[in-house]
Design a protein around this ligand. Structure first.
Ligand code: LLP
Length: 411
């Protein structure tokens, strides 16, 4: 990660000593770099034109302070629930820069989005289209829609985060899309404004996007023949980050290539990046509780767990684990595990480290799908979140208290 650097054998994040920070803050905690988030956004916006709209995918990290920061840098939002839309509105987002994706929008959620006059619904099934139409009719308003088409493109990523293949639940099958557009055209309260796809997450190459664009273009030609005119194409999110020194396409090249491949269409273009905005801007700081060594296996038992970071057990995801104090002693191989009562509770396997109990470690690249996937499993408080902004450490979410965890239960 760019914002992490050793200085005299001690790890600094955005120029501030993590040892110093951890003296004042209880571990485990998340901490983000404002500068890195801004840099990721400006990399995306460098070649943006007035026809491009970037809608940050709120699910990646929905902390309201981060949403405010992201909105202030010129981004709109992609939401998938009433809750995410509520957060975006609270963050001061312009509803005309919000798109709403997701396969299971309820009537209540549709009504909330219509009330807030969002830019458009990304429709994922025929029944959902009718539900949106009925709700809009009931509310005597009109709904802008884009049909999410499943382009059936294979993506090299973890199967749980690939979304653009026939067997995935997302979007409308390519061969059914024209029919759905024709039906949508006849509905009283629907305005068709776009077409969209999202093929998966942690994608490291441009090819699956270009393949999808080529089949979507064929579809757009058919729509035009049927007198269905669009004003935008939404290419989703999905661009990956480097967790383990993966080779990536740069944001600038990605945007240039997508824009080039779409110029002949004369449509506005929407992007929905999530991970690539915040993923490499956050770390989880944790303290080693115990070192447990035996002939067959060594464990570093740290105070962070799967309840703070689900990605390793859920996807077998790799996150670098780096000691805050560099050691000159020889390393051993450890599984880095948490205190949760599950064998799946690991943050890293077979890591070469030299740590003693009491040492601090950093789990890297957890800005996306980190805190949002955390839970209170084992009645563990969700951790606090901080941001480094203008050389200052600012609290942006307090850790749960035990009373908060149980407050909704009948005691
Ligand atoms: N748009 C839609 C419709 C999506 O479903 C997603 C992510 C995005 C945009 C943003 O994709 P991104 O740029 O972040 O790749 N929890 C998993 C990732 C799930 C992604 C779900 N959809 C993980 O930790 O890897």
């Amino acid at each position: 990660m760019n914002s992490l650097e050793y200085n005299n054998g001690s790890l600094f994040f955005d120029g501030i000593s993590l040892e110093t920070i951890a003296k004042k803050i209880k571990t485990p905690f998340y901490i983000y770099s404002e500068e890195s988030i801004k840099k990721n956004i400006s990399d995306y916006l460098a070649d943006a034109t007035s026809e491009t709209l970037f809608c940050y995918s709120v699910k990646a990290n929905s902390n309201i302070s981060l949403l405010k920061l992201i909105a202030s840098q010129g981004m709109g939002f992609d939401v998938v629930s009433k809750g995410e839309l509520h957060r975006a509105i609270k963050a001061g987002a312009n509803p005309k820069r919000i798109v709403y994706s997701g396969v299971g929008k309820t009537k209540e959620e549709i009504a909330y989005a219509l009330n807030n006059k969002i830019l458009c619904f990304n429709v994922e099934s025929e029944e959902e289209l009718y539900a949106i139409n009925s709700q809009a009719t009931l509310m005597k308003t009109r709904a802008n829609v884009s049909i999410r088409v499943n382009p059936d493109v294979k993506v090299v990523t973890h199967p749980y985060i690939s979304t653009g293949m026939k067997e995935n639940k997302f979007g409308i099958a390519y061969e059914d899309a024209l029919g759905i557009y024709q039906k949508a055209k006849k509905l009283d309260s629907i305005d068709i404004i776009g077409i969209d796809f999202h093929i998966g997450s942690q994608i490291t190459s441009i090819e699956p996007y270009l393949d999808s664009i080529s089949s979507i273009k064929n579809l757009i030609t058919k729509l035009e023949k049927n007198d269905i005119k669009l004003s935008h194409i939404d290419v989703g999110g999905g661009l990956g980050i480097s967790y383990e020194n993966e080779k990536l396409i740069s944001k600038q090249d990605f945007i240039k290539m997508i824009i080039n491949s779409l110029t002949d269409l004369n449509l506005n273009i929407i992007f929905e990046p999530g991970r690539s905005i915040v993923g490499d801007c956050g770390i989880l700081v944790s303290q080693v509780q115990y070192v447990k060594e035996s002939k067959s296996k060594n464990f570093l038992i740290i105070d962070a767990s799967m309840s703070e970071l689900m990605r390793p057990p859920l996807y077998g995801a790799y996150h670098k684990i780096t000691p805050v104090k560099k050691s000159n002693h020889s390393n051993k191989i450890f599984d880095v595990v948490g205190p949760v009562c599950e064998s799946a509770d690991f943050l890293g396997k077979d890591r070469e480290l030299n740590c003693q109990s009491g040492d601090l470690v950093v789990i890297e690249d957890v800005g996306a799908y980190g805190s949002v996937l955390s839970s209170n499993y084992n009645t563990r408080p969700r951790p606090a979140e901080y941001i480094i902004s203008n050389n200052e450490v600012k609290l942006i979410r307090s850790a749960d208290t035990l009373d908060q965890i149980i407050e909704n239960e009948n005691c």
